[in-house]
Ligand binder design. Structure first.
Ligand code: 3HC
Length: 302
């Protein structure tokens, strides 16, 4: 297969949703400095726009304080982002990355509106980790200009981006987005529109197996994590990482996989994650999960 020599040519890029993933995607795109017409960051509500902006400012300040980027680079990145609650500002973007919560109904609503608001040329890219991209594309009025670009948390630090070709994604569109990922300083890999793509297809079953060990009382939370850290060289053990990502998010992925692929024996839902989510113990963001958390600092097992 010939290597593609495409460049993105993207001058103006949009990000929808400034939460956990979206704020990071917006920041990374802005810091790259490659978009001559800037980045448009859209949230329908002012309070979410403000909190997303604050998160970007905090992360940039951290990177500056650690000498990872220069102050003037951080300033120009922020300056390059237009924060808006008006979807029409996205109309003339070359590509939009959507990073809203994982609810098909919400995505359906957004893509239906976006499809009408945006120019023909605008490519839509979903950062979904659990939903079918091929299904989402049906609402956008542009199934050939629709694909997945899946970032990892924390977006500012994790180098990988999975670029996902849906059934009808045009090859030239795919190549441009694949090139864009490199241009913003990340490393692209490609995968078909399959459950979990590459990383989560391997990661989530490791969460499932660790949680089943907890259910059976085979080993403690601490020992499971310590084992994968010191025995397999992972930076965080699976239960630590699950808390870090959010147990509610992971449970919703497990549920949608089990529903969508009932024949796949690897997709089971352990009892302990259901109990924790029912109790509101979502992990890091809730202060409790498999561990106690104090902000970003992990404490003792619960
Ligand atoms: N912006 C700026 N700085 C940040 C940051 C951010 N968003 N997040 C963390 N940092 C800082 C930390 O504050 C820390 O600063 P400090 O040294 O001053 O305290 C520094 O970056 C590095 O952190 P650590 O010292 O903790 O260094 P680590 O070597 O442990 O690296 C890590 C942290 C990169 C998060 C590493 O632990 C890791 O790779 N963990 C695994 C993460 C992972 O697997 N992510 C994928 C999850 S799956 C996913 O996202 C898919 C989705 O669909 C759910």
């Amino acid at each position: 297969k010939m290597m593609s020599t495409a460049t993105s040519g993207f001058e103006k890029v949009g990000v929808i949703g400034l939460g956990l993933m979206g704020h990071g995607i917006c920041q990374v795109a802005a810091v790259s400095g490659i978009h001559s017409k800037g980045i448009v960051a859209y949230e329908p509500e002012q309070k979410f726009l403000d909190s997303g902006k604050a998160r970007i400012e905090q992360s940039l300040a951290k990177l500056v304080s650690k000498g990872k980027i220069a102050q003037e680079n951080a300033d120009s990145a922020l300056h390059n982002i237009t924060f808006t609650t008006d979807m029409h500002e996205l109309a003339d973007t070359d590509m939009i990355v959507e990073a809203v919560i994982e609810k098909m109904d919400l995505k359906k609503e957004i893509y239906t509106s976006l499809g009408k608001v945006c120019e023909e040329k605008t490519i839509f890219a979903s950062n979904t980790s659990g939903l079918s991209i091929t299904e989402m594309a049906q609402f956008s009025g542009r199934t050939d200009r629709f694909l997945g670009v899946h970032f990892f948390n924390p977006v500012q630090l994790m180098k990988l981006v999975e670029v996902i070709k849906a059934e009808e994604t045009d090859q030239a569109v795919f190549d441009k987005c694949y090139a864009w990922v490199s241009e913003i300083g990340k490393v692209p890999v490609s995968c078909g529109d399959t459950p979990g793509f590459i990383v989560n297809r391997l990661l989530v079953p490791s969460f499932i197996q660790s949680m089943l060990m907890v259910d059976r009382g085979d080993a403690t939370v601490k020992d499971i994590d310590l084992s994968m850290q010191l025995g397999a060289g992972h930076p965080m053990g699976p239960l630590h990482l699950a808390d870090y990502i959010g147990l509610d998010t992971i449970l919703s992925v497990m549920k949608s996989w089990k529903e969508g692929w009932p024949e796949e024996p690897a997709f089971v839902i352990p009892q302990c994650i259901q109990d924790k989510v029912a109790a509101g113990h979502f992990g890091r963001k809730a202060g409790k999960g498999f561990y106690h958390w104090d902000g970003d600092k992990r404490g003792d097992p619960l």
